[in-house]
Design a protein around this ligand. Structure first.
Ligand SMILES: CC(C)(COP(=O)(O)OP(=O)(O)OC[C@H]1O[C@@H](n2cnc3c(N)ncnc32)[C@H](O)[C@@H]1OP(=O)(O)O)[C@@H](O)C(=O)NCCC(=O)NCCS
Length: 397
């Protein structure tokens, strides 16, 4: 790691983000970060004046900036820390995980080791806080990012979940009259998540209660066949009788944090930002003929914590997705897409309505053990194909 520091011979200082000094500069850097061909349509983000909005809701977070001698901001990186399930029982199940996101280096300063220094310093912050594993997600074709993390920093390709995107239509979507949909209290949702996903799902966050109680969380809904009873199922100990089939999901209002906007770049403005992980991955798919509705800033809902049980549960998942679509249509003027992310081989995706054109079939997650004793477990984990579902934390979109 020292080599990374030594290889760099310019006077660049890595320091913590200071809102008063860096806020405006970070936004400029984000906008400057890529240049694309004039015929393409790009997706812009608007963090609404708060560059750290994407990590603010995590239990611990840090943003680092790289500053040149003349105080020009030339790079940024963000990270967050939480407890989550990584390993299978009976191994120690709960691990401290550090998530890396928002790495950007100004185009004029690339290939000078700045990206590496930012990653190195963020890893040092993780290590100082006893983080077991660091992980990041990137578009699988982002060569610079994959090479930096995998070749240079020893991250291992881990999972390839799919990001599924569905536009919100003007018309309501049909929900079968044979399906009952009910909103759960947060406590009941937490009980069900801990019982059914707690140890069987990769990256299940230990602070699920905080996510459910966050003001961005719009709620958790269950669907089950009409005529059957939900009753006490999901109560404090989840010992009631379950319906023969059921499905659940929660919804996060990401549009409250930042907006998206499609822009057909004029010659004078061939710049776009990629400040969202989501955008990093679906951006290439947006280089398509323009969809008029998306040219004004718009918000989106993120569906997470999808779980299903029973033979009819696929149909129930679809009904819940239609239900979320209808809420977005009725409640929010600016929610234009519904997004979710599910494990690569999770059959769940077959039941989630989405536009292939807007979706990203393979989001690449990479992971690295930061403690020596975790290396073997990690090898085991990354060698075996994923058998468990993946929990995608709405705070990390
Ligand atoms: C990815 C990014 C942050 C790299 O920043 P950087 O300061 O240029 O990276 P470094 O100089 O530290 O490069 C470290 C290593 O990464 C790899 N790398 C970086 N840029 C590369 C490129 N364009 N093509 C291939 N490999 C590349 C190389 O292995 C490089 O080591 P080397 O220079 O010794 O060959 C920068 O290209 C960027 O901001 N890209 C746009 C935003 C983005 O895609 N972010 C990542 C999202 S997860």
């Amino acid at each position: 790691m020292e080599k990374v520091e030594m290889a760099f011979d310019e006077e660049i200082r890595i320091r913590s983000y200071d809102e008063e000094i860096h806020r405006a500069q970070v936004e400029v850097l984000e906008r400057r970060c890529e240049v694309g061909p004039s015929e393409s349509v790009f997706l812009f983000t608007d963090t609404m004046g708060d560059p750290i909005c994407r990590i603010r809701n995590s239990p611990m977070y840090k943003m680092l900036v790289a500053e040149s001698d003349n105080k020009e901001l030339v790079g940024v990186i963000q990270g967050s820390i939480k407890f989550a399930t990584v390993r299978k029982p009976p191994a120690k199940e709960l691990a401290k995980v550090g998530y890396i996101l928002g790495l950007r280096v100004s185009p004029l300063h690339r290939r000078k080791g700045i990206g590496s220094r930012l990653v190195y310093r963020l890893e040092q912050w993780f290590i100082a806080h006893q983080v077991d594993y660091a992980y990041m997600a990137t578009e699988k074709d982002n060569e610079a990012s994959v090479k930096l993390f995998v070749d240079k920093f020893g991250y291992v390709k881990f999972r390839t979940p799919a990001i599924l995107v569905n536009p919100v239509n003007h018309r309501s979507l049909h929900i079968s009259s044979s399906i009952e949909i009910m909103k759960l209290e947060n406590e009941e949702a937490e009980n069900l998540y801990r019982k059914f996903m707690g140890s069987s799902t990769e990256f299940f966050p230990d602070d699920i209660d905080k996510i459910l109680r966050n003001k961005l969380n719009l709620g958790t809904w269950v669907a089950y066949p009409k005529g059957e009873s939900w009753g006490e199922f999901g109560g404090s100990v989840v010992d009631g009788r379950a319906p023969s089939s059921w499905a659940m999901l929660s919804v996060w209002n990401s549009g409250e944090l930042f907006k998206l906007r499609l822009g057909k770049a004029p010659l004078s403005c061939l710049i776009y930002t990629k400040s969202s992980r989501l955008i990093d991955r679906i951006l290439p798919c947006f280089k398509v003929p323009a969809i008029p509705d998306f040219f004004k800033p718009f918000g989106f809902y993120f569906m997470y914590g999808m779980h299903r049980e029973g033979p009819l549960s696929g149909k129930l998942v679809r009904a819940l997705c239609h239900f979320v679509h209808n809420i977005a249509r009725a409640r929010s003027k600016d929610c234009k897409v519904i997004v979710t992310e599910v494990g690569g081989c999770d059959k769940l995706r077959l039941h989630i309505p989405h536009w292939k054109l807007l979706s990203c079939p393979e989001d690449l997650w990479c992971i690295k053990a930061l403690k020596y004793e975790d290396t073997n477990t990690l090898h085991e984990l990354t060698r075996t194909p994923p058998t468990r579902a993946l929990f995608v934390d709405p705070r990390e979109v």
